[in-house]
Design a protein around this ligand. Sequence first.
Ligand SMILES: [Zn+2]
Length: 148
Amino acid sequence: MPKVVSRSAVSSSTDAQPTASSTAALRVYYCICGEFILVIEKSLTVLPKRKTDEAIIIRSQDTPSDKAVVFKLNATPSEPVLLERDGGHERQYRFTCPRCNLLVGYQSSPPPLKSAPFLYILKGALTQMQGQVPKDALDGDSDSMITS
Ligand SMILES: [Zn+2]
């Protein structure tokens, strides 16, 4: 008979740092159309948000003080756009869903992905439940939302 080893036994200490493989905590996010878009080591809900458009900020490059977030984005680079912001302009290199072309995020420099310090994920663009519209998908008046 093979021995059954309980993995939960190793985390009994309350002050232990999590050293287990981070793959256990990977989160998967989908476009509203159901296409797989993002796999990431932490929940989007714990990441910081931009003040300008409430986009979720994913650090994609290491700095001396902060480590990059581990993630993989399955999206298609599309044409850059120039947006008016308070005190200037902002160029966004956008990524869209490979299936339905919905805008899912952007970065501040040309592709490839992670060529800029941060990747921004649009508010309400992704859901953890395949085939379910995120709660905040129709919120607000984001300048990147297209209404018809
Ligand atoms: Zn889609």
